[in-house]
Design a protein around this ligand. Structure first.
Ligand code: SF4
Length: 312
């Protein structure tokens, strides 16, 4: 009898409401204003999404000064931007549309509120990630400090009234451990009113946690600059599947190893399209007999409105 590889598909996986909205904003802007439109930073961290939008007429830049034709619209990515960016765009008389995910904006407003109330703010996040740069740029830099690890939390020296906020795409478990240290060290520290790690990050991690221990290998489809995808690999490893990998392109699939497995887990980060998942499954199918079992851990129904400049 031919050996059959079982693929356990985690659900929910792939696009979240913030990514859906950001991509739709670029497409709608192209439809309304015609190409080209500029996008500051990768709209979402996925190579294929970015390449497809380039074909439709989007031009990606890292800074506004790279925009050659300032009469064209410019879109800010889903990760959010420091306050200086829309200010700079206005100074340059550019028309801009903000595709920041509303759940990132929520963290921005929270940081602002804490700052207004005289709190020093601790941001838990990953240095140099655009979301972290955006959140830090909401308030004067002397009032916000970034920490990444438990060690950072232990070594932190702060006085007075303190609050914390977090990046939206962190590991739920690692962040809990860091917060425990902060709460012990700074009794009375103010927490977010509603969890900053977003629903999509939490749901995707929980779905992986549920099945990873049964798998010989776990594949996370996503780009290597995608924070939430990288966290899914860590979660799968922690949950018991040592051979957990982040895969961006079909040619990165470890086919030889895959065909030796009895069961593999498969998921995708919040910025990876479902089309990619299906194309990876088709590729595996070329090399071995497969059966697929989808394991739905929770259902999602979140949607976000588009900016009024695109709907009016
Ligand atoms: S991962 Fe969460 S915060 Fe990031 S775009 Fe998606 S819903 Fe928004």
């Amino acid at each position: 009898m031919t050996k059959e590889l079982k693929i356990l598909l985690a659900a929910p996986r792939g696009f979240c409401a913030g990514v859906d909205r950001a991509i739709e904003i670029v497409k709608k802007t192209l439809g309304k204003f015609g190409p080209p439109v500029y996008v500051r930073h990768e709209i979402v961290h996925n190579t294929q999404v970015v390449e497809n939008l380039k074909k439709l007429g989007a031009i990606f830049v890292e800074e506004l000064e790279e925009v050659r034709d300032r009469t064209r619209p410019v879109i800010f990515s889903a990760h959010g931007v420091p306050k200086s960016v829309p200010k700079e765009a206005s100074n340059m008389k550019m028309f801009y549309i903000d595709a920041t995910c509303p759940l990132v904006t929520k963290v921005h407003r929270e940081a602002e509120r804490h700052n207004k109330n005289g709190n020093k703010i601790i941001l838990i996040g990953h240095k140099n990630h655009p979301e972290v740069i955006g959140t830090m740029g909401q308030i004067p830099k002397e009032n916000i400090v970034l920490i990444e690890t438990i060690e950072d939390a232990k070594n932190l020296k702060l006085e007075g009234s303190i609050a914390y906020v977090t990046q939206t795409t962190l590991s739920v478990d690692d962040t809990k451990d860091i917060i425990e240290v902060l709460e012990k060290k700074f009794p009375g520290i103010k927490a977010p009113i509603k969890e900053d790690i977003c629903y999509a990050t939490t749901n995707r991690q929980n779905a992986v946690k549920k099945i990873a221990s049964q798998c010989d290998m776990f594949l996370v489809i996503g780009s290597d600059n995608s924070s939430n995808s990288k966290r899914l690999v860590e979660v799968a490893k922690k949950a018991g599947c040592d051979k957990s990998y982040l895969i961006n392109f079909k040619n990165e699939l470890p086919i030889k190893e895959i065909v030796e497995c009895n069961k593999i887990g498969l998921t995708s980060g919040a910025s990876a399209p479902e089309k990619l998942v299906q194309s990876f499954i088709s590729e595996i199918k070329k090399h071995t007999k497969i059966s697929i079992e989808e394991n739905t851990n929770s259902k999602e129904s979140v949607t976000f409105k588009l900016p009024s400049s695109l709907t009016n």
